[in-house]
Design a protein around this ligand. Structure first.
Ligand SMILES: Cc1cc2nc3c(=O)[nH]c(=O)nc-3n(C[C@H](O)[C@H](O)[C@H](O)COP(=O)(O)O)c2cc1C
Length: 221
């Protein structure tokens, strides 16, 4: 697939077919993604790829914790407040996604179901966890962001879908215990990966972007 096509086709996928992704394909994706740039070529990222019963058991426990309102304790602080412009966009994506799913404002049952889905990797057969040493700082987190996009684009090339999930790292101790990840690592992000269920209303939703002119200033005079 042409790079530009992959960039345009990629979208967050929130409903998956149950078919697992083969280890060959997952290895191929990560191997190519490892070509991503990083500060001084430090390559601070490490990965655990969960599948089979491991991903199911983990998703169940994460979603159980969330449903029971157990306070989370992410390794990296998650933003609670946003400047107005960002907050507006954040609210919009939630509102539009729920509209696509026909979930009304007061429909607590369906909203809860959505969050249960989210903590269950939206039913993806595989989840990629990316973590870095606890000694590392903000630029290594940036590096993880860069490689996450590479993973998502490469997955698109294989006909796969991904959803980058902060939700997946809200309870890092549970993830570490299930996946045997050392205490010395900070969990940065999880990525749900699998074959998209294109019949699901979830995947009909395509988020919007600001215009170029709103976000880009030129300084070339
Ligand atoms: C760092 C990061 C964390 C995210 N966490 C979540 C999440 O927890 N739940 C979710 O449904 N989507 C999550 N997303 C997906 C974003 O909502 C999505 O990328 C954004 O709305 C733009 O939509 P698109 O990916 O379809 O283009 C996350 C994306 C990023 C980059």
């Amino acid at each position: 697939m042409d790079l530009k096509d992959a960039i345009k086709k990629r979208q967050s996928i929130r409903a998956f077919k149950p078919d697992p992704v083969t280890r060959d394909i997952l290895s191929g994706i990560i191997e190519d993604a490892l070509l991503a740039p990083s500060w001084g070529n430090t390559q601070p990222w490490e990965f655990t790829i969960a599948g089979g019963d491991a991903v199911k058991r983990l998703g169940e426990e994460l979603s159980d914790k969330n449903m029971n309102k157990i306070p989370d304790n992410p390794d990296l602080e998650m933003p609670e407040k946003w400047p107005d412009l960002c907050m507006g966009r954040y609210r919009n994506v939630g509102k539009e996604l729920f509209e696509t799913l026909s979930i009304g404002r007061g429909d607590k049952k369906k909203r809860d179901q959505h969050y249960e889905n989210m903590f269950n990797f939206f039913g993806a057969p595989n989840a990629i966890y990316i973590y870095i040493d606890k000694e590392l700082g903000v630029y290594s987190v940036l590096d993880v962001g860069i490689i996450s996009h590479s993973i998502s684009l490469l997955a698109t090339d294989y006909g796969l879908g991904t959803c980058i999930l902060a939700a997946a790292v809200r309870y890092p101790d549970i993830v570490r215990a299930h996946l045997n990840i050392p205490q010395s690592k900070n969990l940065v992000i999880g990525i749900a990966i699998g074959y998209p269920d294109w019949d699901s209303p979830y995947n009909q939703y395509k988020s919007k972007r600001e215009d170029l002119d709103t976000l880009v200033r030129w300084a070339d005079g």
